[in-house]
Write a protein that binds this ligand. Sequence first.
Ligand code: ZN
Length: 412
Amino acid sequence: MDRARPGIAIDLHGVATPMPGGFRRAPLRIRAGRIGAAASPRARRMRLDDHLVFPGLVNAHDHLHVNAVPPLAHAQPFRNSYEWMEAFKAHFAAPAVSAALAVPKHVRLRHGALKNLLAGTTCVAHHDPWHPALDAPDFPVAVVREYGWAYAPGWPEYGPDMRRSFAATPAGRPWMIHLAEGTDPAAQAELAALDASGCLGRNSVLVHCVGLSAEDVERAIERGAGVVWCPSSNLALLGRTLDPRRLSAAGRLALGTDSRLTGARDMLEEMRGVLARGELPAAGLLEAATIAGARILRLAGRGRLAPGDVADLVLVRDTGPGATDGPAGLQRNELRAVVRDGLPCLADPDLAEWFALADVETVPAMLDGRPKLLARWLADAAVAALEPGFTLASGSGAQQRDAAVAAAAGSR
Ligand SMILES: [Zn+2]
């Protein structure tokens, strides 16, 4: 499946984009997959009046290959993640689990990526060994590359050795570890132990951190480390999560979903949960899901929309004051379009002209009951079959696309 080359110049007219100090209504210029600075007579024009454009979301923590594996049912919260992992060992024998894991790994990885893309997430940190499938030019999302990692201080049987991996990771690359994923003394001791091991540095990316005390949080901030907050996973597994406010104020908070084994359906559901529980205001939440996540994961040119940045975008309808929260608070089928490298990937059918302008072939699809157009290079039946709420229309010809456009026009 070929992905169209992103070499073209397109100007999005009528949109407003978030800038420091407010929204700016001006054409958003896309040049060869990046945000451009200057007008060009060669640029194609797409009118998108009454829309807001946000950076594509950054999911700072996932395990892409296990998003279709049934979660482990449990009645009581676990004291820490190691108890959950012990309990999960028996769960592997469940027929539904072994069936899910029998799907080839490259298909499962692509499914995890599709899950993210459908919810406006264009870049993901995959907390597992690298896999050649992640290198495919048509992989549905960008993946954080050249990272160091260990699994967790108390689970050395999986993944690289903690100390050796930290020492081998260049200072300019992120080093990721699950840390303090629990509420008991074992979890509460992990940050101090990590520090004593020499593995708490400016590039340390600490995932979960539910067991951190206020002093631990200050220590992590002082060392310049980043924390990835996965509140849905924490609440499901442990019955509580961290207080994100201090880390958010310090710019050291990223947002992640974790996999669906424990976590939210996707970044949008994660954000809606945070807003419903009142844990963080929408602005801080969006920051964690974009620019702060990109900074912590050392992703140059992501999480913002300045000239030269990657043109990964989420388009939402400008419905008034609440719309400035962008994707925070929306369902995935309410996003108007998701764009990677300047090219539309998924959009409402009335935006068919945009795909045509960008020379991107489409197929009709349904997302949670709403018709959508999907870039053809993303239409993989085996992958789509793993995603609840998402179907590719059979045939996928121009006729079906026209029918989807007509259905969407009728529903508005
Ligand atoms: Zn994890």
